[in-house]
Design a protein around this ligand. Structure first.
Ligand code: BES
Ligand code: ZN
Ligand code: ZN
Length: 496
C-alpha cells in the first residue's frame, strides 16, 4: 500500500473518500471541519445540531457525494476530547478510518490532518496507523477472491512549507510500521512453520538484507558456551534450540552512549513441558516467541533509521515440550553465569532462557539491558490486555522508556521489582528456584528471577503476555499479533 503526502488544497482532491476527524466539544464543527462544512452547504453543522455528529472517540459519520468536494465520500471520525488528543489518538483515528473504508471496498482515500496537526510527528502517526491497520492475519486462507484492499492513502493538509517535515514523517512511519508488521508476521506463524531454526533463518535473512551483522548459535555452540538454562528447556524437544545474535554497530557511535542489549524470549511453542498446560487455549502458545520477534523487528527498523548507538539483539529460541528427555520438576540446572537453578515448574521456562540471554548480552558488551517476554499469566491478571508490565532496576532508565512509550502511543505500566521479593526465589537446594515459594506476585517474581542475571547493569523487563496478542479485533487493528513494544524501543534508541 502506498502512502504519500500531497500539499494541494483538500477540496480539489479526487479520491474515493476524504477523511478527517472531529473533536468532542460544544461545537464540533470548527477549523478545517468548518471549511468542509461551508463547501458542503452547512450539512455538518446540521448533523452536529441533531446529535448525529458528536466527535466521540471513533464515531463514524459517512456522507456520500458531499457537495463542494471532489471526493466521492466524506468520512468524519470522532477523535474524542481535544485536550488529551495527541499523535497516539491520531494513529488510532487513521487506523480506524483505514479499516472502516477497507471493509466497504474503498480502494483509496485522503486523510486531512487538522489545523495545527501538519507536523512530522502527525505524518508519522498517520502512516503507522494506516499501515499497521492494514495487516491481516489470514496468510493461510486460500480463498482470497473477495479480499478487500486499500491501494493508496494520501495525507493532506500540509502547506508547501510543511511538506518536507511531513514527508520525513511518512518515511519514518513507513520504516517503523513495516518493522512492526514484520514482527507480527513472525508471531502469526504456527509452531510447525516457526521452529527455532526457521526463526533463526528468517532473522538471518532479514539481517543480511538490511546490512546488519548476524550470528546464529546452534545447539553445539550453545552447549560449548554452557548455556545450561536454555539447554534445559530445549532438551525435551526434537527441534534444536538457537541463539540468534544481531548487531547494529554504527560507524560513529556517540562517545559515552550506552551499548543497548535487547533480549527477546522466543519459545516457538510452550506446552509447559512436564508441568504441562491445560489443552484449552494451548494453541495460543505459538505466540510465546513474541518478545524475540519484537526485538528482531526493532533491529530491522534500526538498520534503516541509523541511530548513533550500538545495539545488540540476543534472542534465545526453543520449544518447551514434554519429551522423553524433558527436564522434570526438581531438576537442578547450571546457567551460563554459573548460578544453579532448581526448576520447580517446567512451565516457568521463559525466565530460564532469558537468564542465559541476558548473561550472554552482557558478555558481548551490552551496558544497558532490555528484555521483552510473554513471561507470565500473572501480568494478564494484573493489567489485562491494556498495559505492558514494565519492571526496571534503574529508575532514570525506566523513566526514559516510559516517556518513549507515551510518545510512541504504547500503554505501559510500571510494576515493582525490589529486594523484598528476593526471598521468594531463594533456593533450598540450589542458588535460586524458578518459581516463587509464597503466593502471589507472579509477574514480579518472574522479573526478579531475570534480575538475578543482570548484575549491576541498568535493566528493564517488559512483560508482554497480555498485550502481544489481540483476542478480539480493535477498530484500528486486526485480531492476532500486535507487535507491541517495537515502537517504544525504537523511539527510546533514537532518543540517545
Ligand atoms: N508463556 C507463559 C506465560 C503466558 C501466559 C503467556 C499467558 C501468554 C499468556 C509462561 O511460560 C508461563 O507458562 N508462565 C507461568 C509461570 C508459572 C508456572 C510460575 C504462568 O504464568 O502461569
Ligand atoms: Zn511456560
Ligand atoms: Zn512461555
Amino acid at each position: 500500500m502506498q502512502v504519500t503526502l500531497e500539499s494541494k488544497p483538500f477540496a480539489g482532491i479526487e479520491t474515493e473518500a476524504l477523511v478527517s476527524y472531529v473533536f468532542e466539544e460544544t461545537d464540533p464543527v470548527q477549523g478545517r471541519v468548518a471549511e468542509i462544512d461551508q463547501s458542503a452547504g452547512g450539512l455538518l453543522r446540521k448533523l452536529a445540531k441533531s446529535g448525529e455528529l458528536t466527535g466521540k472517540m471513533l464515531e463514524f459519520t459517512l456522507i456520500h457525494a458531499p457537495a463542494g468536494l471532489k471526493a466521492a465520500r466524506l468520512l468524519l471520525v470522532g477523535a474524542g476530547k481535544r485536550e488529551p488528543f495527541n499523535s497516539a489518538g491520531l494513529r488510532k483515528v487513521a487506523g480506524a478510518a483505514m479499516r472502516y473504508l477497507k471493509s466497504r471496498s474503498v480502494k483509496n482515500f485522503a486523510l486531512l490532518v487538522r489545523e495545527g496537526d501538519a507536523t512530522e510527528e502527525s505524518a508519522q502517526a498517520v502512516t503507522e496507523g494506516v499501515l499497521t491497520a492494514d495487516f491481516e492475519p489470514d496468510k493461510y486462507k486460500t480463498d482470497k477472491k473477495n479480499d478487500k484492499r486499500i491501494e493508496s492513502v494520501l495525507i493532506v493538509g500540509y502547506s508547501e512549507a510543511k511538506r518536507r517535515a511531513g514527508e520525513k514523517g511518512v518515511a519514518k512511519g513507513r520504516i517503523i510500521a513495516d518493522s512492526q508488521n514484520f514482527a507480527r508476521d513472525l508471531v502469526n506463524e504456527p509452531s510447525n512453520k516457526m521452529t527455532p531454526s526457521i526463526l533463526a533463518q528468517k532473522a538471518e535473512a532479514m539481517a543480511k538484507a538490511a546490512g546488519l551483522s548476524v550470528a546464529i548459535l546452534d545447539e553445539k555452540k550453545i552447549a560449548e558456551l554452557k548455556m545450561g538454562a536454555l539447554l534445559s528447556v530445549a532438551q525435551g524437544s526434537v527441534e534444536p534450540p538457537r541463539m540468534i545474535v544481531i548487531t547494529y554497530n554504527p560507524p560513529a557511535a556517540k562517545p559515552r552512549a550506552p551499548v543497548i542489549g535487547l533480549i527477546g524470549k522466543a519459545v516457538t511453542f510452550d506446552t509447559g513441558g512436564i508441568s504441562i498446560k491445560p489443552a484449552d487455549g494451548m494453541e495460543k502458545m505459538k505466540y510465546d516467541m513474541a518478545g524475540g520477534a519484537t526485538m528482531i523487528g526493532v533491529m530491522y527498523a534500526l538498520a534503516a533509521l541509523k541511530p548513533a548507538v550500538k545495539v545488540l539483539c540476543v534472542v534465545p529460541s526453543t520449544e518447551n515440550m514434554p519429551g522423553g528427555r524433558a527436564q522434570k520438576p526438581g531438576d537442578i540446572q547450571t546457567a551460563m553465569s554459573g548460578k544453579t537453578i532448581e526448576v520447580l515448574n517446567t512451565d516457568a521456562e521463559g525466565r530460564l532462557i532469558l537468564a542465559d540471554g541476558v548473561h550472554y548480552a552482557k558478555q558481548l558488551g551490552a551496558t544497558h539491558l532490555i528484555d521483552a517476554a510473554t513471561l507470565t499469566g500473572a501480568i494478564v491478571v494484573a493489567l489485562a490486555s491494556v498495559n505492558v508490565g514494565v519492571f526496571g532496576s534503574d529508575q532514570a532508565f525506566t523513566d526514559k522508556l516510559l516517556a518513549s512509550a507515551k510518545a510512541a502511543g504504547e500503554k505501559m505500566w510500571q510494576m515493582p521489582v525490589d529486594d523484598d521479593y528476593r526471598e521468594f526465589i531463594k533456593g533450598t537446594v540450589a542458588d535460586i528456584q524458578n518459581i516463587g515459594s509464597g503466593k502471589g506476585g507472579g509477574a514480579t517474581i518472574g522479573a526478579m528471577f531475570i534480575k538475578e542475571f543482570t548484575g549491576d547493569s541498568p535493566w528493564i523487563h517488559l512483560d508482554i503476555a497480555g498485550t502481544a496478542w489481540n483476542d478480539d479485533a480493535k477498530l484500528w487493528m486486526a485480531k492476532g499479533p500486535t507487535g507491541v513494544g517495537l515502537r517504544t524501543l525504537v523511539h527510546l534508541i533514537m532518543s540517545y
